[in-house]
Design a protein around this ligand. Sequence first.
Ligand code: DC
Length: 224
Amino acid sequence: MDKVPVITIDGPSGSGKGTLGRALARELGWHFLDSGALYRLVALAALDRGIPLDDAPALARLARELDVRFDVDSDAVWLDGTPVGDRLRTEEVGNAASRVAALPAVRAALLDRQRAFRQPPGLVADGRDMGTVVFPDAAPKFFVTASVAERARRRVAQLREKGMDADPEAVAAEIAERDRRDRERPVAPLRPAEGAVRIDTTGKRIDESLAEMRAHLAGSAPGA
Ligand code: DC
């Protein structure tokens, strides 16, 4: 039986779950799984290789065979030996990822890959279905949210930092559309796991939300 402890952090993009999860993993000295990056990598490779985003068998094969490497410290990602850089985080790749993520064959192909991240002393897993599907025995499970307006503001600020301009209304519309697709898909839809602790980061600083999470960890003794 697998006893390595897992804390799951699910929620929509821009909710702050990635930042919170990384900070928590660092504090605990645990591994970190950015499962969204796996879906993004499949999407990126599909776009580059001209594989249609609805060709489920070809995409599932890609998901199984991709040579992926993560460096937790620098947050760098390699695909087939080449660093992928900022492209992984673009809207183009995010939207394509949301489409490939709706395909059951792709999700199934990524299951073992995700579970392989469960290594001692523990894992913090960030995604949409970490607590519901991939690590149902995790404890505690967090569900992190923020209003669409706040998430759009954060995304625009992020893009501007990288020198890209963005229309906040268009970004908000895209976020709402991606949420809808992630929530309404029949397989592993975005929803809180049973018993999940909800953290709303709207109007809060990272350290305030982290303190909320720490308070829950103290109460539930992860890894016990
Ligand atoms: O968290 P993110 O924005 O990097 O995720 C990219 C897409 O991948 C997102 O639209 C939904 C999908 N995804 C998923 O379906 N399941 C996960 N566990 C993580 C991400």
